[in-house]
Each structure stands twice: as structure tokens, then as C-alpha cells.
Design a protein around this ligand. Structure first.
Ligand code: CP3
Length: 340
């Protein structure tokens, strides 16, 4: 698999490409499947439809990897927090975690109840082209904790940060509990057919450097080391969004570092390129315009070249109103320009 070879810095015929949130509302086929399922969460629970939606971007865009269709928040959901997705507003939990007792009340071994995710993985791996990789994923403990503490998306993370500075031991207990669940969850995803795994730390950038290293990066590394020990052949990819100025502090046992669009790629290359394969980092909004897209591609390839060490991706997720023709053109463009 070209994608897996690239994760291991092996020679490949071209630079592989996939896109974060490559399954989603910008595809009418996705919107139809979601309608058939009833709601976004029902789509996540329905392995047959989730499997279809996972394969759509591979068929339509010809990307080199599929990412399993699910959401990071199904883990806290199975830990006992009622979840709904309010249309136009995003996720909302019916209960929040604000003290020690609520942390201790969370269900243990919740990852064992995520069989709908494992079923989807098994089904996709059976149907997916043998040359294409299947990526499993989870949210980072910190990013999941922010949703569990705030109850919904947040601009300030006020409750989470208040807990960090006033009850750090409670936050550590929550993060350690999540870390154990996520280890089991990724182990099961690998057993079910995932060829690589990725940890999304979308709200990394909410924390100052020392707090980031202590309350998030440390747990990301713990998950990565666990996977490298259990399944050494499986590439581990970490994506902390918004920490471009902390790159000199990044270390740990993993394979691929996901670079967000706000981090200059030359800076990531200088700090991390010798240790990790870099993945990224086209600003997704460049896909609104063909010229802007090509300019961004050329800039990225100008830094990363054609030698092993790079996987092409967006610097964050696809947006719901991006034109699919441009996403398709991006895949062909990167393949053409990076042919060895
Ligand atoms: O990448 C893929 O194609 C796989 C599927 C995937 C989804 N969510 C599907 C989804 C992945 C990898 C995620 C991860 C995820 N979920 C993250 C981390 C990555 C990132 O984007 O930073 C986060 C923070 C979440 C939580 C989440 N899920 C939010 C905040 C929202 C609402 C925002 C929005 O775009 O509406 C979701 C919903 C969600 N997850 C959608 C999809 C396709 C849109 C739901 C819909 O169909 O209405």
C-alpha cells in the first residue's frame, strides 16, 4: 500500500494523498446516506451505511486511503454521556463532567461497546481496494475532555481551563481514564482491519505550552507508545492542531506528524522532518478556487519535494460547501506533480 509505505518513509511511485473529513456534506451521496440513516449519529451506528460513506471518497476522488466513518465523540457517548448533534450547531452532551464524582461515574471498558465501529472497519476492509489503506482514528484525551467538560463546542474552553488550574488532579484522572479507553479502542480498530491509526487533537491550540505538554501531548504519546508496542507494524499519526509554536518540544514514539494549515511547513520540516513523516497542510479554503489551490500545492511541494517523508493532506477538514470537482482535481494534480 502506497500510503503505508509513505508512513514508513519508503520509496513510493508518487506522494500519496487523502483529505481529513473527506467523507461529508460536500458529497451529495453522503447527504443521501445520512438522510436514509435518519441522523448523523444513526449513520455512525449503521455499519452498512457508514461503510458506504467511508468508501465514497475513495470511489469519487481516488484518494490513497479511506478513513473510517465515525466521530470522535462516540467514545464519551459509550462512557455514559448522552449525545446529540443539533443541526447547524454541532455536538451537545446532555450531562457534563465538572467534578471528581462525575469522572468516577463514567463507564469503564466502554470501548467494548463500540462494535458498530469495528463492524464498519471489517466491512470496509473487505470491500476496499487492496492497494488503498484504511485509517482508524480517535480524538485525543484533551480534545474529548473539552467536549465532556463544556458539554458542547466552545470558543474559550473556560470550564476546561478552570478545571486545569483549580482541580488539576480531577482533570488528570479524566484524561488518564480516557487514555485507557482509547488504547483499547485503537487496539480493537487494528484487530478489525485498520492499517494505520490517527489521533485528532483538534483543540490542542487552546492551551499554553507547558499546560499543553502536561495535559495533552503526554497522553497522546502514551497512546502512541502503547500502539507501537502492541502493533509495531501499524503507523501511528498524531495531529495536534494549533501548536505550531511548540514544535521544538515535540517528541515521542510515532510515525507521522500532521501539520495544520496555520503552521508553516518549512518550520515543521526544520524541527520534525528528520524524525517524522509530515502530513499536510493545504489550507482547505484554497479548494474554493482552482488557481489558489494550485498555488498552495506548488508551495507545499516546493518545501517537501518528491523524496520520501511527505503525505499530502489538507491542513484541517473539508468544508461542507467546497466544490467536489476541485477535490477531485487536487488528487490528480498532486499525483501528476509528484510522479517519480
Ligand atoms: O474524516 C472523515 O471523513 C471521517 C469522519 C470524521 C468525522 N468526524 C465525521 C463527521 C472524523 C475523522 C471526525 C473527527 C472529529 N469529530 C473531530 C476531529 C477532527 C477535526 O475536524 O478537528 C472533531 C473535533 C469532531 C467533533 C465534531 N463532529 C464536530 C465539532 C461536528 C460538527 C461540526 C460540523 O462540521 O457540523 C461533528 C459532526 C461531523 N463529524 C460531521 C461529519 C461528516 C458533520 C455531520 C453532518 O453530517 O451534519
Amino acid at each position: 500500500m502506497i500510503f503505508i509505505d509513505a508512513c514508513k518513509r519508503k520509496e513510493t511511485p508518487y506522494t500519496p494523498i487523502w483529505m481529513m473529513r473527506q467523507a461529508g456534506r460536500y458529497l451529495e451521496e453522503y447527504r443521501e446516506a445520512r438522510k436514509e440513516a435518519g441522523s448523523f449519529l444513526d449513520l455512525c451506528f449503521n455499519s452498512k451505511l457508514a461503510s458506504e460513506v467511508t468508501l465514497q471518497p475513495v470511489d469519487i476522488l481516488d484518494v490513497d486511503a479511506a478513513i473510517i466513518f465515525s466521530d470522535i465523540l462516540v467514545v464519551p457517548l459509550e462512557m455514559g454521556l448522552p449525545l446529540e448533534f443539533v443541526s447547524g450547531e454541532g455536538p451537545r452532551f446532555g450531562e457534563v463532567i465538572r467534578d471528581k464524582n462525575s469522572v468516577l461515574g463514567l463507564k469503564k471498558d466502554a470501548y467494548k461497546n463500540l462494535s458498530y465501529v469495528y463492524d464498519t472497519l471489517c466491512d470496509v476492509r473487505k470491500k476496499l481496494d487492496k492497494q488503498k489503506a484504511l485509517i482508524g482514528f480517535c480524538g485525543s484525551p484533551w480534545t474529548l475532555a473539552t467536549y465532556m467538560i463544556e458539554g458542547e463546542g466552545s470558543k474559550t474552553y473556560a470550564h476546561s481551563k478552570k478545571m486545569l488550574y483549580t482541580q488539576p488532579d480531577v482533570l488528570h484522572t479524566l484524561l488518564a481514564t480516557l487514555t485507557e479507553e482509547l488504547k483499547g479502542y485503537l487496539d480493537m480498530q487494528i484487530k478489525s482491519g485498520a492499517n494505520a491509526v490517527m489521533v485528532f487533537d483538534s483543540w490542542a491550540g487552546a492551551l499554553e505550552r507547558e499546560a499543553y505538554l502536561e495535559f495533552s501531548w503526554r497522553y497522546m504519546k502514551e497512546i502512541a507508545s502503547h500502539i507501537k508496542k502492541q502493533s509495531p507494524e501499524i503507523p501511528v499519526m498524531l495531529f495536534p492542531k494549533g501548536i505550531g509554536s511548540y514544535l521544538d518540544k515535540i517528541d515521542g514514539d510515532f510515525d507521522v506528524f500532521g501539520v495544520d494549515w496555520g503552521t508553516p511547513l518549512e518550520m515543521a520540516k526544520a524541527h520534525l522532518g528528520h524524525k517524522y513523516v509530515l502530513q499536510g497542510n493545504l489550507e482547505p479554503s484554497r479548494l474554493y478556487d482552482r488557481g489558489a489551490m494550485e498555488e498552495g500545492v506548488d508551495r507545499i511541494l516546493g518545501v517537501m519535494g518528491k523524496t520520501p517523508g511527505h503525505i499530502f493532506n489538507l491542513g484541517h477538514g473539508m468544508l461542507p460547501d467546497l466544490p467536489r470537482e476541485n477535490a477531485k482535481a487536487l488528487v490528480q494534480m498532486v499525483r501528476e506533480k509528484t510522479k517519480r
